[in-house]
Ligand binder design. Sequence first.
Ligand code: C2E
Ligand code: CA
Length: 283
Amino acid sequence: MKNDNFSKKGRTVSSERINSAEQQSQLVSKLQNGIKNDELSLHYQPRFDAITGKADVLEALVRWYEPGVGLFYPEVFISPAEENGLIFSLDLWVFEQCCKDLLQLQQTINPNVKIAVNISVLTCESIYYAQKIIEISERHNVSLLDFEFEITEATRVHDVRKVIAFCDTLKIYGATFCLDDFGTRQSSLLNLQKLPVTTVKISQQFVHEIGQSDQSETIIIGLIRMIKDLGMQSVAEGVETNEQYWFMREAGCDQLQGFLLGRPLRFMQLKSQSLEEPVIESC
Ligand code: C2E
Ligand code: CA
């Protein structure tokens, strides 16, 4: 079971409980209402700069609390939402909420804080949604300079040219892009070569092998060097142990993120201290 602050307050609905086609379609129609009725919420997890120890970026992670049922994590509802075309309204809801939260965060916590928004590659295949994102940001008076979009490779990129057009449109307004969960898909290197990303997130699947597999450690060192040589920033996701933290730092990774450094927090729980890296003892 997932373990972040929300789950202590109520029941968490796990993916094992939603397996039949009928349950999936019920889930999708409830999610549709959930988006309309503002049942979604965002948690924020800091990404720390390896040199300064400060977090200038907070990653938004969506949660769905269905009244009377419980809390759903994205692993339960993102894939069904992608399969049923609901992901577009979900991604736009998330972006709009991020715009509202950004203004408050910049006023109360740190004027330079940015938000990293997870966005489905399906949304990135339509220029229409790039226009919607521009429209929403203008409506809320926020600059796209303060947003990085984390494009997850969980879904296959169907037409990379459309994703490039999406990114190029938003780049004009200052948005930046990150390739998420890097290294876990067949097309990782091709996407890295083609997409105009400035940041690459090394999948936690690699990070969790540190100390267990020499091969994974060699791959991580090679990935960090390659990302640097391409002029991009590397982020380690899923850092859970002191050993993983020190390994990634010594390998030259630019940013670090994970439960060891800071768990995803509800908006109301965020404080200036949430952006300060805790002291991690060397091992
Ligand atoms: P992701 O973008 O790779 O996000 C990282 C996931 O790992 C998050 O799970 C986060 O809570 C979890 N995590 C962070 N640090 C650690 C750690 O140290 N150890 C472990 N074991 N896990 C850690 P979460 O929030 O359940 O999100 C799962 C996935 O759902 C995300 O993976 C992302 O692909 C997708 N997702 C989340 N929010 C959104 C959203 O707003 N829109 C879209 N389209 N997808 C989203
Ligand atoms: Ca992400």
